[in-house]
Design a protein around this ligand. Structure first.
Ligand code: ADP
Ligand code: MG
Length: 250
């Protein structure tokens, strides 16, 4: 195989040069980090399952007109994507209080929010991804007012779709994080969804038992992390059964 140029290595994925200009290959690692990468582990098979879940969700979002960077899955760990200029924001959408939100605002974990709330965090590990307001975003040109409007509208559409999709298989979508990018096409620039959508960046609770089926299993040392991700994929019909040898999450 020809040696591909590595463009970027992040905490959970690697980006390689793609086969054509304007494309990249996104490789899903098993590496997992939390709390500003102070907590680290390698969870065998996690990258494989996230590659599949993200493929599934991005494909379904594309089919309802939410444009994104996904082109096609290449193999177990890699997908071909369109290269975008990442908007340096982590866009968080919350339906139920949990995690940082509960700590920051004193709202008990599990309490339904009066409406979905979108928050912006600056994507900057050195600064520990501080929460930012529209004022900061536009003043520092991290995104324009138009981009913020587009991002909010798209995020609410993604939230509606994912809430229904997970709800149909007995999973509550508590919150999730998205990243967006600028896709340049000639003189045109479009805001599209990028990065990944997987249990690494969503909070997913079993509707019946409230059992966590996401990265909080890793953050809170609950065990069976990959097994829970596989169960999410199984319920969505992406994989047929739980991985051989893996303990059930129930
Ligand atoms: P990080 O540690 O920075 O979160 P990841 O391990 O998540 O990195 O690797 C993915 C990186 O690639 C992220 O920095 C993300 O912003 C970036 N990225 C995701 N999708 C695209 C894309 N379509 N084009 C360019 N960069 C992308
Ligand atoms: Mg990331």
């Amino acid at each position: 195989m020809t040696r591909r140029k590595k463009i970027y290595e992040g905490k959970a994925k690697i980006l390689y040069e793609g086969p054509e200009p304007g494309t990249l290959i996104q490789y899903f690692k098993d590496d997992t980090t939390a709390f500003d990468a102070t907590k680290k582990a390698v969870l065998e098979g996690k990258g494989v399952i996230n590659n599949r879940i993200s493929e599934y969700i991005m494909t379904r979002l594309n089919s309802i007109g939410v444009q994104n960077h996904f082109i096609k899955r290449l193999n177990l760990r890699e997908q071909l994507i369109r290269e975008v200029e990442i908007v340096p924001l982590e866009v968080v959408c919350r339906n139920i209080a949990a995690g940082q939100f509960s700590t920051r605002f004193g709202v008990p974990e599990g309490q339904a929010l009066p409406r979905s709330i979108i928050e912006f965090y600056l994507k900057d590990d050195k600064l520990h991804d501080p929460m930012v307001a529209e004022e900061h975003i536009t003043a520092f040109n991290w995104a324009t007012t138009q981009e913020i409007d587009d991002i909010m509208a798209l995020t609410l559409r993604v939230n509606d779709f994912l809430t229904g999709m997970f709800g149909a298989v007995g999973i509550r979508l508590v919150d999730f994080k998205l990243e967006y990018g600028r896709l340049y096409e000639g003189d045109m620039v479009r805001t599209v969804l990028a990065d990944e959508i997987s249990p690494d960046c969503c909070r997913l609770w079993d509707v019946q038992t409230n059992e966590k089926m996401d990265k909080d299993r890793f953050r809170r040392d609950l065990g069976n992390v990959t097994e829970a991700y596989v169960e999410v994929a199984r319920r969505l019909g992406i994989v047929k059964q739980a991985a051989a040898g893996g303990e059930s999450v129930h």
